[in-house]
Design a protein around this ligand. Structure first.
Ligand code: AMP
Length: 582
């Protein structure tokens, strides 16, 4: 019987993508405007309607205050974002992206889609993983598996099929996160040996560095400009984002400088920026990749010469500087066969098919690692002095998961009948510097001398969910504690409330997405054009708006196509900087 398709989703900081396993391997699912990547941006347009993805990216250029982006960085925290006067949690915003992707997949398959595998950076902690599952639930998706992004990339490159034992380093530099992992293929099993990275390092930082240097040439500091002239900054960010990408294939590009209101006046100046300049500006930021690389090799107990392959993932790895730097640091030419923006979604699709029990991937065995050390708080005895606050690990960082480890502890005082187990994650000796995940009480220890044994078992599953079990050895009585209930994730109630709140939001029907996108794009382009062209575009826009009001499908399509033809000719950003040149 035909089972429900399970899709793979790369829920990215800047862009998201979805894929499924087709007959010829994994394939990207196109979005409502025909794109392969969906910008992870949510906005509210002037009519108070929520727009997501490509349309929100257009809206953001003219109305940054009506849009939210980079919210993946806040997943699993209490940080909220305000969009057009309403406050959203990062889970809700991610939920809106996932809901759009779910609708795109449903349109593609012509059937409802309810199941997905979603990827996260390897170092996402328990709360961040739970937040991702909650975002899926808000979008009406059952999250079948949370998969680490580098693992997904290794799967996309088909390392599980290679037949030889191999050690591969995955270098993933995306819009907002840097992830580096060593993956080993051993006797047909793909295993992540170690992972490291930085949660706030990526291409956005390069774009901002570029904007900062350009503002500097006009005597402006970035932070001040952001407060005083936000429209100038957001328009420059858009210009530099594009210029940065173009500089991956051109030696030099022109950047138009808008005025303080983000407008291009007739006297707007242009600045020539060379690849060499950009490389100089981003080099200090790029230095931050070195420590995680050293750490990931150290944790995997490998030298760089023992690596068989290096794989590049993430849009930024198109920059020649990155390719050179990685080659220098690791002494190998990296592999880049697959589109670096799509690799993670493609791998997630293979994993999704595995979850959906598709016959195509029956043999694939994938293991993963715990990204952090997990343990409990203990006291230490120094002579007569007893000191609390020490961290005692049960599961070491980079242990292959799923894993279950048990350790025996004992009571400290005579006639102690209860203990409180404090659970932490982190790499420090002292719990104060680690992240508290939860606590629970174990009662019913029989009175007696100090030293009554209690076994603590930690079980960490493939979704990064931790279950802690305490057994009083004398009575065999067991208390089980699942971190989900105590981690600061959303409760079932909160998720249901968010689902209802999201349902109440005004949204455009999916088949109108393309119209909204073209309209917002045309409004942006209008402001970029000289007066004589503005007039023509103005007429086309009027015609399109009237057509939209007529609700006549054929009229709308005819006017939209006319508008699109104009935009293809005159939109300064129409040319995709990542189009294949060979
Ligand atoms: P990802 O999160 O993998 O989609 O990567 C998005 C990041 O890659 C953004 O910061 C983009 O600016 C950057 N990016 C995409 N294409 C290029 C390119 N050709 N050159 C430099 N950076 C790029």
């Amino acid at each position: 019987m035909d089972t429900d398709p399970v899709i793979g989703i790369d829920l990215g900081t800047t862009n998201s993508a979805a894929a499924f396993l087709g007959l010829n391997g994994p394939e990207i699912i196109p979005n409502a405007v025909g794109g392969r990547l969906t910008p992870s941006i949510v906005g509210v347009d002037e009519s108070g309607t929520v727009v997501v993805g490509a349309a929100a990216k257009e809206l953001q250029v003219l109305h940054p205050d009506r849009c939210a982006n980079l919210f993946k960085r806040y997943m699993g925290t209490d940080h909220t974002l305000t969009v057009a006067g309403r406050t959203y949690t990062p889970e809700e915003l991610s939920g809106l992206i996932l809901r759009a992707i779910k609708a795109d997949a449903a349109a593609f398959f012509k059937r409802p889609i309810t199941r997905a595998v979603i990827t996260v950076p390897a170092y996402f902690n328990d709360r961040q993983r739970k937040a991702t599952i909650a975002a899926g639930r808000i979008a009406g998706l059952t999250v079948e598996r949370i998969l680490n992004e580098p693992t997904a990339a290794a799967i996309a490159y088909g390392f599980h099929e290679s037949g030889e034992d191999k050690k591969v380093l995955i270098f993933d530099l995306g819009g907002g996160t840097f992830d580096v992992s060593v993956v080993e293929l051993f006797e047909g099993t793909l295993e992540v040996k170690s992972s490291s990275g930085e949660s706030a390092l990526g291409g956005e930082d390069f774009t901002r560095a570029m904007v900062a240097r350009i503002l500097e040439t006009r005597g402006l500091a970035y932070e001040r400009a952001e407060v005083r002239t936000p429209k100038l900054v957001s328009r420059l960010l858009q210009q530099c984002e594009r210029a940065k990408c173009l500089l991956s294939r051109e030696e030099s590009v022109k950047v138009r400088i808008p005025d303080d209101d983000g407008e291009f006046t007739a006297s707007a100046t242009e600045l020539q920026v060379t690849r060499e300049q950009l490389e100089r500006w981003v080099t200090p930021i790029l230095a931050r990749i070195e420590l995680p690389i050293r750490r990931v090799l150290g944790d995997a107990k490998l030298t760089k010469d023992q690596l068989d392959e290096v794989i590049l993932v993430g849009g930024v790895t198109r920059m020649p500087l990155i390719i050179r730097r990685v080659t220098e640091l690791l002494g190998k030419d990296p592999r880049r066969r697959l589109n670096p923006d799509e690799v993670v979604a493609l791998g997630a699709a293979v994993q999704a098919a595995l979850v959906g029990k598709s016959a195509a991937v029956e043999d694939l065995v994938v293991t993963d690692v715990a990204p952090f050390t997990l343990g409990i708080e203990i006291s230490k005895q120094f002579g007569n002095d007893r000191r609390d606050g020490y961290f005692d690990p049960l599961i070491d960082r980079n242990t292959t998961i799923p894993v279950s480890r048990v350790k025996r502890y004992s009571t400290l005082s005579p006639n102690q009948t209860a203990i409180i187990v404090h659970i932490y994650q982190g790499e420090s000796r002292k719990v104060g510097e680690n992240l508290a995940l939860g606590e629970f009480e174990v009662k019913g220890i029989p009175p007696g001398p100090a030293g009554q044994p209690v076994d603590i078992r930690f079980t960490y599953d493939l979704n990064g969910v931790l279950e802690v079990e305490a057994t009083v050895v004398a009575t065999r009585k067991t208390v089980t504690h699942v971190i989900a209930k105590h981690a600061k994730g959303m409760t079932e109630d909160q998720i249901q409330r968010a689902v209802r709140a999201m349902e109440k939001l005004k949204t455009h029907p999916r088949d109108e997405e393309a119209n909204r996108f073209v309209l917002l794009r045309a409004e942006r382009v209008f402001k970029e054009l000289p007066a004589e062209l503005r007039q023509s575009l103005g007429l086309l826009l009027d015609g399109f708006e009237a057509a939209l009001e007529s609700r006549n499908k054929d009229t709308i399509t005819r006017h939209r196509e006319e508008l699109e033809r104009f935009l293809t000719l005159f939109d300064p950003s129409a040319d995709d900087p990542n189009r294949e040149t060979e």
